[in-house]
Design a protein around this ligand. Structure first.
Ligand code: CA
Length: 671
């Protein structure tokens, strides 16, 4: 912690200067003069710096011209230019006319466990500073900083302006992110409200553009979190937010101009126009955290735990929730497949694979019915298979017709349904088609999670927002879609053509801040029915295996089909039978979003080194295996130039290195 006073107008405080003035004018005139000169006091800028524990990240906070600002440097290299802080409430504009009046620092060292995330046991170390910005009438805003060796996080503490004032509206945030000049972007546009399928947007299901210029604003409505920027050849930064509960709204990133971005609240027309955009808060109040993960390489971004480091469990788990692999018919056979006989097939298929669950998707309420569902859940239990059931979240907030609907949006209906679900032994729910990011939708997510915990149900969200620390905050939360997921491979050939490109984005962006329910890893050659019709899969079988490891979620309903027991290579099926869904550690090895990724995950003492390539040019790499306890021989799954996949056994060399080549749309697994 260091401190610096820029005394540009220090003469104003000089007693002798005032004495001269008193000699030449009367008291009244002096008062007028003093008040006229008052704005000058704000030109006395106070600057504070907060550093990461290793001293490499330096955040500079200032009140220059009365405006709270910050900037970030990593090893002396600029990663965030001077950027605005503050917010505007209904009682005060807390983004200007403020001076730093107090700084409180402490160091944080804590251990925590979240069983479902990329690395369940986390040790978090950071330096914390609470910087108070105040003006003479005592209105104050605190900016609370937590700076680890790879993340900068901050949130606002809004204090009570007076004793009997307990509620406020946050009208807007000034919070900005001015990325370095020349940065390029890896962003996906925020969807426009009441667009998409049956008015279910925004649901975080747009395409990323890689290495794009700054100065654009998506589809005029900014971008969904998280947002990745490349600071030229100096490194990378990922901007996101965490700790959003029903006490605030979800935010997005808006472009102001050029390389300047800011926090945006939800769009007015979300939720069919119902619910306000500006969050209402109870005072005193702490906002969600804004997070910036940065590094010279992409390792801090792939390995970060910032989404969970800063948040607290909101309630205790009602039981020990279980996770694992499963299958679902809908991804290859769509709505008509949600019938009794097909689901029985998939239960048998999951049992044959040693999988724990089957997800029964939309329209089971009419195509199977409640009575037959009880039978089906019993049948599944007899095979040691649990059932996830799909629900529509609406409600009035979109036009999605699929049932069951009209249940999850209202506590009375929801709790009666959840009692039934618990009684018949359903494992969990996949709830789809939410209405946006307004505070009232955050309340719906939270209420569903809280009720489901009471009834011992796991929850997966689809057609939904990004989970913001929810894996730790709500212990029965499993994963969310919030990505252009596998269904789009069924819907369009263009999506299949770009499958590898999209897949190389997720470990650096969407999936690194939250469990991602993608529903992929198909071994059918075509997306549809028995795998002989439908869009052509462009990616190899090893690519499918690799993404089962790259895409992280504690529950994976893979896009496998019963016919794969007969028609897929035995080594691929064996791999898919045994691939873990709970991991202990993740390591970035190499990659470039949109081109390729090579990374490793550990489950127990087993490392899985996996890679995929989207680039036209085959990816040739020499991998150093010394860091991964592979023993004397290891298995290597790879593709030839024509994407013919195979499994080989290899002997560890003395150098503990291996040369690999991954063709476009191909994959690699070493274990
Ligand atoms: Ca979807």
């Amino acid at each position: 912690m260091s401190k610096k006073i820029k005394s540009t107008f220090y003469f104003f405080n000089s007693k002798s200067y005032i004495r001269i003035i008193v000699n030449i004018i009367n008291m009244k005139k002096l008062l007028i003069l003093l008040s006229a000169m008052l704005p000058l006091t704000s030109a006395i800028a106070r600057t504070e710096t907060v550093k990461s524990p290793n001293g490499q990240i330096v955040v500079t906070v200032s009140d220059d011209n009365g405006k709270p600002t910050y900037s970030i440097a990593l090893n002396g290299v600029e990663f965030m230019q001077n950027s605005p802080l503050g917010l505007v409430t209904d009682f005060a504009d807390l983004s200007q006319g403020l001076s730093i009046t107090d700084v409180k620092t402490r160091s944080i060292s804590q251990d925590y466990t979240v069983p479902t995330i990329k690395q369940p046991k986390v040790h978090y170390e950071a330096n914390s500073a609470i910087v108070t910005f105040q003006r003479e009438n005592k209105d104050a805003l605190q900016v609370e900083w937590n700076i680890s060796n790879r993340d900068v996080a901050f949130r606002y503490n809004i204090l009570q302006p007076k004793n009997d004032f307990y509620a406020s509206i946050v009208k807007e945030e000034a919070t900005g992110f001015v990325v370095p000049e020349g940065s390029t972007t890896f962003l996906c546009p925020q969807m426009l409200p009441m667009t998409g399928f049956a008015g279910t947007a925004p649901s975080y299901e747009t395409h990323y553009t890689a290495d794009d210029a700054t100065g654009k604003n998506g589809w005029n409505e900014g971008y969904t979190f998280p947002c990745l920027f490349r600071n030229g050849d100096k490194g990378w930064l990922l901007i996101s937010e965490t700790g959003v509960t029903s006490a605030y709204c979800g935010s997005r990133l808006l472009n102001v101009e050029g390389n300047s971005y800011k926090i945006g609240f939800p769009q007015e027309k979300e939720n069919n126009g119902n619910g306000q955009v500006s969050p209402g808060v109870s005072l005193p109040f702490s906002t969600p955290w804004r997070t910036i993960t940065l590094g010279k390489t992409l390792a801090p971004i792939v390995e970060t735990t910032v989404a969970w480091d800063l948040v607290e469990e909101q309630y205790a788990a009602s039981k020990e929730f279980v996770y694992g692999r499963g299958s679902w018919s809908w991804i290859m056979k769509m709505d008509p497949s949600c019938n009794y006989d097909e689901q029985k097939n998939y239960i048998d298929f999951s049992a044959a694979m040693g999988y724990q669950t089957v997800l029964i998707d939309a329209m089971w309420d009419t195509q199977i019915g409640y009575e037959k569902m009880e039978e089906l859940v019993k049948y599944a239990a007899s095979k040691n298979v649990g059932i996830y059931l799909w629900y529509n979240s609406n409600g009035y907030w979109n036009h999605a017709p699929q049932g069951p609907r009209g249940i999850m949006g209202r506590a009375i209906n929801r709790k009666a349904e959840m009692k039934w679900l618990k009684d018949i032994g359903v494992r969990g729910l996949k709830i789809d088609f939410f209405g946006g990011d307004k505070q009232e939708t955050m309340r719906l997510y939270e209420d569903i999670l809280s009720d489901a915990n009471d009834y011992g149900l796991n929850i997966i969200f689809h057609g939904c927002t990004l989970p913001r620390g929810w894996e730790k905050m709500y212990p029965n939360f499993v994963a969310a879609e919030a990505v252009r997921a596998s269904e789009n491979l069924f819907f369009g050939q263009a999506e299949c053509d770009k499958e590898a490109f999209n897949a190389t984005m997720h470990p650096f962006i969407r999936n690194t801040v939250g469990n991602m329910d993608f529903g992929g890893s198909a071994l059918n050659k075509h997306w549809g029915f028995d795998g002989t019709r439908g869009n052509t899969r462009r990616t190899s079988d090893v690519f499918a295996l690799a993404t089962a490891v790259i895409f992280q979620s504690p529950v994976q309903h893979f896009a496998l089909a019963p016919n794969n027991l007969e028609d897929a290579p035995e080594w691929a099926i064996n791999f898919m039978k045994n691939v873990p869904t709970l991991w202990d550690e993740v390591k970035f090895i190499d990659g470039y979003p949109g081109k390729y990724v090579v990374m490793a995950r550990r489950s127990g003492n087993k490392w899985y080194i996996v890679g995929i390539n989207a680039d036209e040019k085959p990816l040739s790499l020499t991998l150093n295996l010394a860091d991964f306890d592979l023993g004397n021989t290891y298995s290597i799954y790879c593709d030839d130039a024509k994407l013919n996949s195979s499994l080989k056994q290899a002997k560890m060399t003395k150098k503990k290195t291996v040369k690999v080549s991954i063709p476009q749309n191909g994959g690699l697994v070493i274990m």
